[in-house]
Design a protein around this ligand. Structure first.
Ligand SMILES: *Cc1c(COP(=O)(O)O)cnc(C)c1O
Length: 398
């Protein structure tokens, strides 16, 4: 590496600046601001000796290109000094599955937070169970009480903070202290906050993964995952990536890097607009509860305030009890809130959900129909007017 703009010696750059400067190699990019999109499998070696020794900066397309290196360097700078390595995967779910395969083997036990992303749970109950890995789900609000759930064969704890539908906020430092006392690793699905708002690796997490499909990509145009690990966990993660043959497509790598450059301004707006919409919704007569850890009334607020520096634009609401057709009228009336899965793009979204079928350590009984909202980058007055029309249709159908 001939040149790195993030090497500023004694004055460490702030995260917003690192997002702009990290992973840029002006000389190697022949002066261009962005790296080339390297489509490549074969890397040619100049001599037989070099080939035999796999000598060279790059060896084979699957193992990395100048484009993947730029993104990995930028993510490493963002994660901070605890980060020993970053893996890139073709989806957020593959970041989770690769990580869990890296840490667990037949006969091991994992502790998994009851509010994890449903496909993560499906992976645990499906493939991991089939391979003889035992799973215990736990209440996200368990805190230090998790100590009682460890077994001699517990290898890792998987948390998601907050859960991306129900928004309970686990106490990661308390969970990490208990896990480390028993030699277990802590894995955090950090998709909601990103490393910009939650510095997982500095709070005791050993492996922090993200669905970069969401805020890092930021434009609803890629499927992508990242795995960041500290020095203790990185060798295991790197080995699994290598053995499984996990890699990401070059165009998506480029788009992930492009998204990363504007993450700070986008997230600041998602935070502000999301909180404003959450407060507005909390005052609506149709809404009995807003599930958003940055609201003072939220049960996870104290933990959020202590451990996070911001909130993203994703939260849920509980409507007053109403027949499904009234909820459907609301959903079919709103125009700016698209109906669809995923989130983290520039656009607002809404989905109805019901976690009851995918809970085992806790009971999901919110007291009314639940909707998850993603507040995008539209003007909030337009979003309020859109929801007001939706609520009018809801009320008319009750
Ligand atoms: C979307 C999501 C994932 C999975 O990401 P994909 O890129 O869709 O595979 C994992 N965790 C959370 C919290 C998510 O929201």
């Amino acid at each position: 590496m001939s040149f790195s703009r993030d090497d500023h010696g004694s004055t460490p750059l702030k995260a917003e600046t690192l997002l702009i400067t990290a992973g840029r190699d002006t000389e190697a990019q022949k002066g261009f601001v962005n790296p080339p999109v390297v489509h490549g499998s074969t890397v040619l070696y100049p001599t037989a000796e070099d080939l035999r020794a796999h000598r060279g900066e790059f060896q084979y397309g699957r193992r990395g290109t100048p484009t993947t290196r730029a993104l990995q360097q930028a993510l490493m700078a963002l994660e901070g000094s605890q980060c020993a390595g970053v893996g890139l995967t073709p989806s957020g779910l593959s970041a989770i599955s690769t990580t869990l395969l890296a840490v667990a083997k037949t006969g091991d036990h994992l502790l998994v937070c009851d509010n994890v992303y449903r496909p993560s749970r499906n992976f645990c109950n499906g493939l991991l169970a089939r391979y003889g890995v035992e799973i215990t789900y736990f209440d996200p609000m368990i805190g230090a009480g998790i100590a009682e759930l460890f077994k001699p064969n517990t290898k890792a704890v998987l948390v998601e903070a907050p859960g991306s539908q129900s928004f309970e906020m686990p106490d990661i430092p308390a969970i990490a202290a208990a896990a480390h006392a028993r030699g277990a690793l802590v894995i955090d699905d950090n998709t909601w906050a990103t490393p910009l708002f939650h510095r997982s690796l500095e709070q005791g997490v050993d492996i922090s993964m993200q669905a970069a499909t969401k805020y890092i990509g930021g434009h609803s145009d890629i499927m992508f995952g990242t795995i960041s690990a500290n020095a203790k966990a990185w060798p295991q993660v790197a080995e699994a990536i290598q053995l499984l043959g996990v890699c990401a497509g070059p165009d998506d790598v480029f788009l992930a890097l492009r998204g990363l450059r504007t993450l700070a301004v986008r997230l600041a707006q998602h935070h502000q607009s999301g909180l404003e919409m959450a407060r507005w919704l909390a005052a609506r007569p149709e809404v009995i509860r807003v599930l958003h850890p940055a609201l003072e009334s939220d049960p996870g607020h104290a933990i959020w305030k202590r451990d996070f520096t911001g909130a993203s634009g994703l939260f849920s609401i509980v409507l007053k009890p109403a027949p499904q057709q009234a909820v459907d009228r609301l959903l079919d009336t709103v125009k700016l809130f698209g109906m669809g899965f995923s989130w983290g793009g520039f656009e607002s979204l809404v989905i109805p959900f019901d976690c009851a079928a995918y809970r085992s350590a806790t009971t999901w009984a919110p007291g009314g129909p639940t909707l998850r909202l993603h507040i995008g980058l539209e003007n909030v007055e337009d979003l309020k007017a859109d929801l007001e029309r939706g609520f009018a249709a809801f009320n008319a159908a009750i």
